[in-house]
Write a protein that binds this ligand. Structure first.
Ligand SMILES: [Zn+2]
Length: 233
């Protein structure tokens, strides 16, 4: 039912359109005789936008739909209105585009600020306890637990091996056991904590790829470095 109604409505619309086109053609060809004088521009404009202030019984309507000059003007005004509406639609689309771009810009700024904040994230506190590690030069550390550090900014506390002298220490992360390929290092004096000597350094390991490295401790005067295997996760 609904479908056939819609179909007949469409047929009706087509018929109406055809009649009005035939009528327009006749009027524009001068085959009709309008009655009365041409109405003013304001009236034609109102008629073109189908203003409700115009009564269809108004004799000026009768004239306009029969007069080739008025019909011409009406068609031009209708065309202008259509293109104005298109311009408005285009302007609205542009505004939407600008708003979208502004939104994206704000969002990307928020994202980059989030990244900056992550970069400025507080360092991760880690402790490496070498208290029981062998300190004999050239000897592999035997009692050392596996040392792991994250690839981040690390506030590293190194508890130095038993009997380590106090003073300034260079703590480094190196690729090789001979001390080459330094990826991060920090210099700091020892802090006594009971019997133990600690060194606290900040190491930036953010750009270090995960893998096997060495952690070295070097006393400023001694200059002898001790290496301990280290994993960066
Ligand atoms: Zn006229």
């Amino acid at each position: 039912m609904a479908l056939s109604w819609r179909r007949s409505r469409r047929a009706e619309d087509r018929l109406e359109k055809w009649i009005s086109q035939q009528h327009q053609r006749r009027v524009l060809a001068g085959e009709t005789t309008p009655s009365g004088p041409c109405p003013d521009e304001a009236f034609l404009r109102a008629l073109a936008r189908r203003s409700k202030s115009i009564a269809l019984s108004d004799p000026r309507v009768d004239h306009a739909v029969m007069c080739p000059n008025c019909m011409n003007r009406l068609l031009t005004l209708r065309q202008e209105r259509k293109s104005q509406r298109r311009t408005l639609a285009w302007a609205l689309a542009c505004t939407a585009g600008v708003l979208l771009a502004a939104g994206l810009f704000t969002w990307s700024r928020y994202e980059s600020r989030k990244h900056e904040m992550l970069a400025q994230a507080p360092p991760i506190a880690e402790t490496v306890n070498l208290w029981n590690a062998a300190t004999y030069r050239g000897q592999q550390p035997t009692h050392l637990q596996s040392v792991e550090l994250p690839a981040a900014v690390v506030r590293l506390t190194v508890i130095l091996p038993r009997f380590s002298p106090s003073g300034q220490y260079l703590i480094a992360v190196t690729r090789k056991e001979d001390g080459t390929g330094v990826v991060a290092e920090g210099l700091a004096p020892t802090l006594a904590a009971g019997q133990q000597e600690k060194v606290l350094v900040a190491l930036d390991l953010r750009k270090v790829t995960a893998g096997a490295y060495f952690l070295s401790t070097t006393h400023e005067q001694d200059q002898a470095a001790y290496y301990y295997p280290l994993q960066i996760k």
